[in-house]
Design a protein around this ligand. Structure first.
Ligand code: 0O2
Length: 243
């Protein structure tokens, strides 16, 4: 005799799922799950606050430059909090125990902020402005503009400690700041896609990596030439108007 499988529409399916969940998962279990995720959510919220602090510092600098010099050194600001999956992946790859203490002590790019400028010299000027602020402590500096990675990747990375002020305490949080020009960011976004595409045959991936390396050289030259043009425009203007 054939067994008949009952067909459910979507709302009936949801109802059955809800009933099963209520049977299987007690209130106590849900409370325990909530309590255990609270420290994680709290730490992530501290990182979000730290990111907001640093973002505000750059917005203030941009505002000041636009008033004082009539130009905006920052084109775009992007912020991102590392996902739980990628935090866990990074901790595992570093052989760290999966604890919040190990996370805070060893993973410095949970809170990330990317500052996109038009010109390389603005990158160094903004990095100095940030580091000169008395509540910012430099933890690590990697200058991939002066020393590009083998892939061709260029960017200036800073890890800084920034204080966040909570109800009853001050907490120092780490934030990674990546400074790029528009050209560096354009290159890195495309190369990132290539890096995470695992289904491209090896030989083609190698060819594309070589092509991207060449593009990185072209983009570095473009940055230099555009900066030189801006320099000339500014000199000409100063000479003409004595500014
Ligand atoms: P996501 O999603 O961007 O956060 P560390 O963090 O110091 O333990 P590492 O690799 O030495 O590890 O740090 P590094 O070199 O300072 O680079 C970290 C980040 O820089 C990467 O983050 C990328 O955002 C970027 N980056 C570094 N090298 C390259 C590169 O060759 N190509 C591109 N497109 N980006 C690069 P994540 O964690 O990879 O990812």
């Amino acid at each position: 005799m054939a067994i008949k499988i009952p067909m459910f529409n979507d709302s009936a399916k949801e109802e059955v799922k809800g009933k099963l969940l209520r049977e299987l998962v007690s209130e106590e279990f849900l409370e325990m799950a909530r309590d255990n995720t609270r420290p994680w959510r709290q730490l992530m919220s501290y990182y979000r606050c730290a990111m907001m602090e640093v973002e505000t510092k750059f917005r203030v600098l941009n505002e000041q430059f636009s008033l004082q010099y009539d130009r905006n050194p920052i084109e775009t600001i992007k912020t991102r909090l590392k996902s739980m999956d990628s935090i866990v992946g990074k901790m595992k790859s570093k052989g760290l125990p999966l604890t919040l203490a190990a996370l805070e002590e060893n993973i410095f790019d949970v809170a990330g902020i990317r500052i996109i400028c038009s010109f390389p010299e603005d990158i160094y000027m903004l990095a100095d402005c940030l580091l000169n602020q008395d509540d910012i402590t430099l933890i690590e500096r990697k200058d991939y503009i002066q020393n590009p990675k083998n892939s061709g990747y260029r960017s200036l990375h800073l890890i800084v400690d920034v204080p966040i002020f909570l109800e009853n305490e001050k907490r120092l949080m780490k934030v990674e700041v990546q400074f790029r020009t528009i050209a560096m960011d354009f290159w890195a976004s495309l190369e990132h896609k290539l890096r995470y595409k695992k289904d491209i045959p090896e030989q083609i991936a190698d060819e594309l990596a070589a092509e991207m390396y060449e593009c990185a050289q072209i983009s570095a030259r473009l940055d230099q030439r555009m900066e030189a043009v801006r320099g000339r425009i500014e000199r000409e203007t100063r000479e003409k108007y004595g500014e």
